[in-house]
Design a protein around this ligand. Structure first.
Ligand code: ATP
Ligand code: MG
Length: 556
């Protein structure tokens, strides 16, 4: 990204903290701001992660710091290599790079083990044989301290058991390692939390080397500290875990700088589920066409839908960062996309529901090439040549057998401008046996080339068209929200929108779209913004996704 391209706007509390540390706090003298984005590779990234990515990467960038991409892979069984590569692809696509390096929590398993041993030796941790149920039953309440039956076990005994946990002697759940903190703490996370558990599962990187794995609250501060992270941004649900985070950091030795955890509110968007677990369920139940289904809030889904990286970064900047949870209207995300595409997408002509349009007074074998501008809002997009002949297609909805008040498109006796071509007058039409229009007949006025009008003549309507002989066939997919509710209940299947995907085949597109490329955005004039589907398109049978309709219903 270029200089001065600020993704996160100036007024937010995270920047206040960074500014203070960077410019005033002597602890940070000579230290570069260092952040990290730490996804768990157990699913694909979604628009909520995009907010975290923008915060982690762009704040570091702005203060001349560094940001690591870290796979937080301490949960074997759920994590897969496929997710790791998709995460890298998505972060890169959003426009960020990890000059801090690509890190894996699993690279620190040895350290984490050794550190747990050191905690036990120093009397700060112990092996506990209580079952999960026993721990739960003995957790106490705000007035009663928790009970832990093994906390006074001699360190020697704990060390021996911990080594045997590691060597695979015990089944899952048989024992845990717990930090010895405070059984009467008002913060239940501090009531001797579990820091290691037994889990006989293969890990995507370490294979079967380990059968014990560190818990998130123990692992995360260690990961941050080892990587030299100065500011560890995370979402609000970790606020109550911060004392534990600090406890772990405080018990580490020889740290030049202690990382600090700072929480912000997570992003919610109306009509979208934003948890990998739920998104995975949608995929597993085949309610969508994979993680990259264009209706999904995943980064790869949004990409396939036609969202641009800058529209997403822009969205993340505009929604801001705060400590107060809120839900952003999906229409605002669409609004950000529209603003971007309005400037950058070429206008083209595409007929979604074609009927024939025959220009009866146009020479039979003549083909003209008309020069049409690509984007009236951005001259730098240039012009293109579009073929015109006697035989065209027009949109079914641009014709009425009888006119009505306020109607400015084609009807018998009515005139309309064909975009960039001529003014035509309708002189008749054909119907099939179902009374459906098959062909519209019109005459053209050669004096109106380029869409000009004769002096004194007023033509209110302009419609798009496509030349028949050169037209290409395509299928178009029109999407609506996946859900019919703004806030999605846990049983999300109940609010699934049965009409969220409409597939329209037999569309006729102007010739230039034959060379459309993946990742290119177009405005199908008067219809919406579209892009080539990166999965279902084949040469000779193109599929276009509607990214967003033209009409902006966002009321900002
Ligand atoms: P999910 O519930 O979707 O699985 P998660 O928080 O478990 O989300 P992680 O892979 O652990 O997913 O998240 C990586 C980072 O992204 C974390 O720092 C997390 O706080 C942040 N993040 C996740 N979801 C959101 C969201 N909706 N808004 C902002 N940040 C988010
Ligand atoms: Mg998580």
């Amino acid at each position: 990204m270029g200089e001065g391209n600020k993704v996160i706007s100036d007024n937010n509390f995270l920047k206040d903290i960074l500014r203070k540390d960077f410019f005033e706090n002597t602890d940070y003298k000579g230290v570069r701001i260092h952040t990290r984005f730490p996804p768990e590779p157990n699913g694909y990234l979604h628009i909520g992660h995009a907010k975290a990515i923008c915060i982690d990467f762009s704040l570091a960038q702005e203060y001349n710091g560094i940001c690591n991409l870290r796979m937080d892979d301490t949960n074997p069984g759920k994590e897969e290599k496929e997710y790791v590569s998709s995460i890298k692809e998505d972060v890169r696509w959003l426009g960020f790079s990890w000059e801090g390096g690509l890190c894996y929590a699993s690279d620190y398993f040895d350290f984490m083990y050794d550190f747990a041993v050191s905690l036990i030796k120093r009397g700060f941790a112990y092996v506990c044989n209580m079952t999960q149920e026993e721990v739960k039953a003995n957790r106490g309440d705000t007035k009663t301290p928790a009970k832990s039956f093994y906390r006074d076990r001699p360190a020697e005994e704990s060390l021996d058991l911990f080594a045997r946990m590691r060597s695979g002697e015990f089944p899952d759940g048989a024992m845990t390692v717990r930090a010895k903190i405070d059984l009467s703490s008002g913060n239940f996370n501090m009531r001797d939390p579990v820091i290691y558990r037994i889990c006989h599962k293969s890990h995507h990187r370490t294979g079967d080397r380990w059968c014990i794995y560190p818990m998130y609250d123990y692992a995360h501060p260690i990961e941050d500290a080892l990587e030299g992270i100065t500011h560890s941004f995370c979402t609000l649900e970790f606020e109550d875990h911060r004392p534990l985070y600090n406890w772990v950091v405080d018990h580490m030795e020889n740290l030049t700088i202690k990382p600090k955890q700072i929480e912000f509110a997570r992003l919610n968007v109306t009509g979208m589920v934003m948890s990998k677990r739920k998104l995975k369920k949608l995929v597993d139940l085949k309610l969508v066409d994979g993680w990259d289904d264009p209706r999904m809030p995943t980064i790869c889904g949004l990409r396939r839908r036609g969202f641009t990286p800058s529209s997403i970064r822009n969205f993340c900047e505009k929604i801001g960062v705060s400590k107060v949870a809120s839900t952003v209207d999906y229409k605002f995300l669409e609004h950000c996309l529209r603003n971007d595409l309005n400037l950058h997408a070429n206008r083209v002509m595409a007929i979604i529901d074609p009927v024939n349009l025959i220009i009866t007074n146009y020479p039979d074998n003549k083909i003209e090439e008309l020069l049409i501008e690509n984007n009236p809002n951005n001259v730098s997009c240039g012009n293109r040549k579009v073929k015109f002949s006697k035989n065209l297609y027009m949109e079914r909805s641009d014709f009425l057998k009888e006119s009505k008040k306020g109607y400015h498109r084609l009807f018998p006796g009515g005139k309309v401008r064909l975009k960039g071509a001529y003014v035509v007058e309708c002189i008749g039409y054909d119907l099939d046996e179902d009374e459906k229009v098959t062909t519209v007949y019109a005459t053209y006025d050669p004096e109106t080339k380029g869409g000009n009008t004769r002096e004194g003549e007023k033509i209110k309507g302009t419609i798009h068209w496509v030349e028949k002989e050169s037209a290409i066939d395509a299928t178009v997919k029109i999407y609506e929200n996946l859900f019919l509710a703004d806030i999605i209940p846990d049983d999300f299947e109940e609010v699934l929108n049965p009409n969220s995907l409409k597939v329209v085949s037999g569309c006729k597109l102007e010739e230039s779209l034959a060379s459309a490329k993946i990742g290119e955005n177009f405005q199908f004039m008067r219809q919406g913004y579209f892009c080539l589907d990166n999965k279902d398109s084949r040469e000779g049978s193109l599929v276009f996704n509607r990214s967003v309709a033209l009409k902006d219903s966002y009321k900002g």
